[in-house]
Design a protein around this ligand. Structure first.
Ligand code: NDP
Length: 248
């Protein structure tokens, strides 16, 4: 069953990893997909082609989610290109890990700007369209680290916890207009990036998870399909943990 037929989704940071997984699964569910990247142009263009071959409209946009002005221009351009927008997935994110003692002001600011301010930028930009059509679903990609904290990731944890506060506030503010806003808190998701890590270390992480495995981008993408689709039409202001039971 196709759950997102004829809906238009904007996904930030979908040139690789979890974002690319969301774009593929959304397209398989019939959504038209506009997605952004920061610098990975070749993979982004290849993904757009792959999605188009599934019979939906898809386009890659180079746009810095951390820039307020670029976010406004992007969303207006997507509406010009696709005619509407129904779903926003704020997925773009970076890490700049270090112990507080060694964390520079720039490392803090860059992470907060890319991970948290981007959510403000993009939500502001889609809001006028969602208000006009009296519907919309916003999904913010937080993290287990935003819920629990993590040594060496004070900047990242602060940005991801901030996303949760933002999510709940927007759910309260826009609920009366049938605009929903939820967050996903993934645990350890295995991507190309984690494939480069020491296998013994990764195996010890897997053993610590109740489901005894890392998650896949598809695991996160399927949760996004639920929150984006009408299946979750009475769900807002929630944090959905997609972590194999890590926080249980
Ligand atoms: P990746 O590093 O694999 O991909 C990040 C994506 O974001 C890329 O497409 C990248 O584009 C894009 N991006 C980076 N900066 C910007 C920017 N300023 N503007 C627009 N796009 C940008 O990350 P993951 O797939 O692992 O993670 C995706 C999200 O999930 C992140 O928010 C992350 O914090 C969160 N998350 C990930 C977990 C994991 O285990 N992997 C666990 C919990 C949460 P480009 O390719 O051009 O650089």
């Amino acid at each position: 069953m196709k759950l997102l037929e004829n809906k238009v989704a904007i996904i930030t940071g979908a040139s690789r990893g979890i974002g690319a997984g969301i774009a593929s699964i959304f397209a398989q569910h019939g959504a038209h997909v506009a997605f952004t990247y920061s610098s990975s142009e070749a993979p982004a263009l290849a993904l757009a082609e792959e999605l188009t071959s599934l019979g939906v409209k898809a386009k890659a946009y180079k746009s810095n989610a951390g820039s307020f002005d670029e976010a406004q221009v992007l969303v207006d351009q997507v509406v010009t290109d696709f005619g509407q927008v129904d779903i926003l997935v704020n997925n773009a994110g970076i890490t700049k890990d270090n112990l507080l003692m060694r964390m520079s002001e720039q490392d803090f600011d860059q992470v907060v700007e890319t991970n948290l301010k981007s959510v403000f930028n993009m939500t502001k930009a889609v809001q006028k369209y969602f208000l006009k059509q009296r519907s919309g679903s916003i999904i913010n990609m937080s993290s287990v680290v935003g819920v629990k904290g993590n040594a060496g990731q004070a900047n990242y944890a602060a940005s991801k916890a901030g996303m949760i506060g933002f999510t709940k506030s927007i759910a309260l503010e826009l609920g009366s207009r049938n605009i929903r806003c939820n967050a996903i808190a993934p645990g350890f998701i295995e991507t190309e990036m984690t494939a480069k890590l020491d296998e013994k270390v990764v195996q010890s992480w897997r053993e610590g998870i109740p489901l005894k495995r890392g998650g896949s981008p598809e695991d996160v993408a399927n949760a996004c399909v639920f929150l984006a689709s009408d299946l979750s039409s009475y769900v807002t202001g929630q944090v959905l943990h997609v972590d194999g039971g890590m926080l249980t």
